[in-house]
Design a protein around this ligand. Structure first.
Ligand SMILES: [Zn+2]
Length: 409
């Protein structure tokens, strides 16, 4: 038996007036997801425990079968793991975004762009090198990641600053969260020095000249220490792989003991190498039991508020990932159980995540349909949940449901 979880990041949305009160998932043409839905079981999964921030970190940790209340230590240590950084117990990792801020009247500061125009890694690595050269100390060290996403390692104790994700503040005033760093002189000095270095860096001069958002500040958030999680092999005797373009997901995979498959051309955006991901998933299942495939593009479209891109990303996930994987497995003659879902909603109107329970398909190649006659959508998930009175599955129990361990207690 082979086991799969296919995740379209942030696919869920709210009804949109422009779409006659339908969602992008309802409007998108998704024949493969719809057919899995009709041949399988549809229910709602609660991926974000009450009181937790609805981040991809918490949500995907749940989907991988780990109770966030027990295992979540922050987003940055997971990304650090994906980058090959080994945290010692006295170190804390902070996610360090390169962002575009604009000072305004009345001491306000606006978050123009949480991703500094999705700066290229070539450019951002030069900026991070300059920050490391100018700001590193016994306490602080910068590590370059991908595009706008980097890591600051902090040695020893650090103050509680109630950090917030910058993508929650697109277009908004961030003077209040900034003030929380400024209460601590060492941190205020770090931010000021970083801004001073970035302000005069030729990369930013070039970006401004080209009409692009400059990376004129760092934004520190998602901090945490090293998580200690039992691997999926230890827990379930499973061998498996994880396929994603995103460091956070790779870090989750590393900590869960999965092999990380880096697919050439996997970008996390609309131009990602979907076909390569689907093929890599099928290849990995020849020798392993489990694969987790994550596609980031619908979430990025949600954060950017781009309706057509979101519909396109959902259709691509269906046609280029779900479809080929399903067909490939059927051709292989292998029995399989497959979950297709999302980690959370990223409504276009909010441009950030919410903690609504997510519609989830469970398909078993050996079982007949449960009688769901609906296409895959947010509404269908709610309707089926009511019809079957399943009660909402908690995210971390999904893995057990996939493996049918729940039946054996
Ligand atoms: Zn996500």
């Amino acid at each position: 038996m082979k086991y799969l979880i296919l995740v379209g990041d942030g696919m869920g949305d709210l009804p949109i007036a422009e779409l006659s009160n339908r969602t992008p998932l309802e409007v998108a043409n998704t024949p493969f997801l719809d057919s899995l839905c009709r041949q399988g079981e549809l229910f709602l999964t609660h991926t974000i425990p009450d009181g937790y921030p609805p981040g991809s970190d918490v949500a995907n940790l749940s989907l991988l079968g780990y109770k966030p209340e027990e295992y979540y230590t922050g987003r940055a240590p997971l990304e650090a793991a994906a980058m090959g950084i080994t945290l010692s117990p006295e170190q804390t990792a902070f996610r360090c975004n390169l962002v575009t801020l604009a000072p305004e009247a009345d001491n306000q500061v606006r978050m123009i762009d949480y991703a500094a125009g999705h700066i290229s890694s070539d450019e951002s690595h030069q900026l991070i090198a300059a920050l490391e050269a100018g700001c590193a100390s016994d306490t602080f060290h910068f590590h370059a990641g991908v595009s706008y996403r980097h890591i600051l390692l902090v040695q020893g104790d650090y103050p509680q600053m109630n950090t917030v994700p910058p993508h929650d503040f697109t277009g908004k005033d961030v003077s209040a969260p900034l003030a929380r760093y400024r209460e601590h002189p060492q941190w205020a000095a770090l931010l000021d020095k970083a801004s001073a270095i970035l302000a005069v860096h030729p990369i930013n001069a070039e970006r401004i000249a080209a009409g692009k958002n400059p990376a004129n500040a760092i934004w520190l958030w998602g901090e945490g220490k090293l998580p200690t999680m039992p691997t999926l092999t230890e827990r379930f005797g499973l061998s498996g792989s994880l396929i994603s373009a995103v460091d956070l997901l790779k870090g989750l995979g590393v900590n869960a003991g999965l092999s990380i498959i880096n697919v050439p051309g996997a970008t996390g955006y609309l131009d990602t190498n979907y076909e390569g991901k689907a093929q890599a998933a099928l290849d990995s299942l020849r020798s392993q039991d489990f694969v987790f495939v994550h596609v980031e593009a619908p979430d990025e479209a949600g954060h950017q508020g781009l309706l057509q891109d979101k519909i396109q990303a959902i259709e691509d996930f269906d046609r280029k990932v779900v479809g080929p994987i399903f067909q490939g497995l059927q051709e292989s003659g292998e029995n399989f159980r497959l979950i297709a879902t999302m980690d959370h909603f990223t409504p276009l109107c909010l441009r950030t995540h919410t903690d609504k329970p997510v519609p989830t398909i469970l398909y078993d190649s050996q079982q007949t349909a449960s009688g769901c006659n609906l296409p895959f959508s947010e509404k269908s998930g709610e309707a089926e949940d009511k019809r079957l009175h399943n009660g909402m599955a908690n995210g971390e129990l999904l893995m057990e449901k996939l493996l049918e361990r729940h039946k054996n207690g």
